[in-house]
Design a binder for this molecule. Sequence first.
Ligand code: OXD
Ligand code: MN
Length: 595
Amino acid sequence: MTKNAKLQDWLKQAVAMCQPDRVRWCDGSKAEYDEMIDLLLRSGAALKLDPRRRPHSYLVRSDPGDVARVEDRTFICSEHEQDAGPTNNWRDPAEMKATLTGLFTGCMRGRTLYVIPFSMGPIGSPIAYAGVQLTDSPYVVANMRIMTRTGQPVLDALGDRDFVPCLHSVGMPLNPGQKDAAWPCNTDHKYIVHFPETREIWSFGSGYGGNALLGKKCLALRIATVMARDEGWLAEHMLILKLTNPAGRSHYICGAFPSACGKTNLAMMRPALAGWKVETLGDDIAWMRFGDDGRLYAFNPEAGFFGVAPGTNERSNPNAMTTLREDVIFTNCALTPDGDVWWEEMTDALPERLTDWRGQPWTRDLKTNAAHPNARFTVSASQCPVMAPEWQNPHGVPISAILFGGRRATVVPLVQEAWDWNYGTFLGSTMGSEKTAAATGKVGVLRRDPMAMLPFCGYNMADYWAHWLRIGKHSGARLPRMYLVNWFRKGAGGDYLWPGFGENARVLKWIFERCEGTAKAVETPIGRLPAEGELDLSGMDVSREDLAELLHVDTAGWLGDAAEMREYLAQFGSRVPTELWAELEALENRLKASA
Ligand code: OXD
Ligand code: MN
């Protein structure tokens, strides 16, 4: 299987601590996947959807107390508290290890410990990284097979090299004869823990998404940000897309948006502009390194999509709907009477009757959510009809532009271009977004979410900004252009001013043409905005007033925002790079001069 000494030693220790009844090495095969599904069907966690409607697909219902990432139970245990910074939950690593050792001791009694070797990135790629997850959850095994590359080829490529150990348990041991829960978890003791110096992950008590599929947020973001800082690259919460114009020229674009702000929709967009084409390389995570030509090359370390289902439909994301036709694991969606899934906004008309995500009868007069707002689909990227053929390129693709975007009902215009890398880094560092249901907590509240990395940076956020600024000084760098975008601006009446989805191609077209040097911009105090007539609105129904509002520079709003940014940055004290203070001051001065 493997002669990797670290893996063998670690596994031996984990088995002694967790005391599983059995150990099973996962080979990543289809037969193994089917077996895991069978276990979920027999436990009552999953049900098979009608194969005539949704072939080879399953609906899993989680425990109602285990439905989203738990940011308040996510910890960065660096040696020094300052290295985790004020936006992370810090605990002393030795104390945390002692707590976790207590919790993990005997935690897999009555269960099987599965060993999942996985690769983030194409197996054997010089820029991929391996992890090994130990877990007692068949749901995790099945999902990891979709979301990562797994199995013996990973071990073969690993040889004796280092990997990230990822220990996971649902935290519910079984006594002899004890009946299992359909979705075992430990609602009262959840710990999603990262040790950045030793590059280890320990996760206890949750079986859901980013808490449990440890290759995703834990490895490919939190631990990878630390590796990227030390090795001079970037690990980012970004989609990667390829945009091709009618003449057949292409640019690759990355985009950072907080969870549940439409990254998957943008990555798979069907453009509203004739002749333009978007192809997908990734919808959630991008790793970027400099190539020999000084450009930043990005690749997607994942192999599947773990997307938010509610809001996905033939209008918002027709390519996702095609991707989801078969071979999908759905979690916490509603069930239709004819054995298919349903979620809010999937269809124009509300179904009359459903079974809701908790398994309760639902009728439309109830006015409750039938699917959980953070209901998800897990599906292989290879099923997406618009995957760019180069998405598995082991060296990645050269990035021309980076987008930063959040949900902002006010202030931030549809699009603005940064003059240079430092100002772009400033815009990314101070971006805000109204909170969504992807994590537990109050929806709708504005929070600063730097580069959409607030819950995903494995070290002090101020040091992370310094790292971005350092990347900008890389010798011989030919850096991407940077943009702040906002699809979510609302008018006085509370309606969205911009239709979004495929219409966002109009903004992408302007960005593409900026990269080509053919589109014009106007200078404003906040950046460069599309010059009059430069945004292609052909065939689009947007009023002059709405457009003016979308591209309006709200000086008072920005001055208010800048004051908030100042307060936000101040919490990081002396670690804030001086360049960011300088950018903020210059922005305020430009705004005041124009007021
Ligand atoms: C995700 C998230 O699951 O950001 O991608 O929450
Ligand atoms: Mn995400």
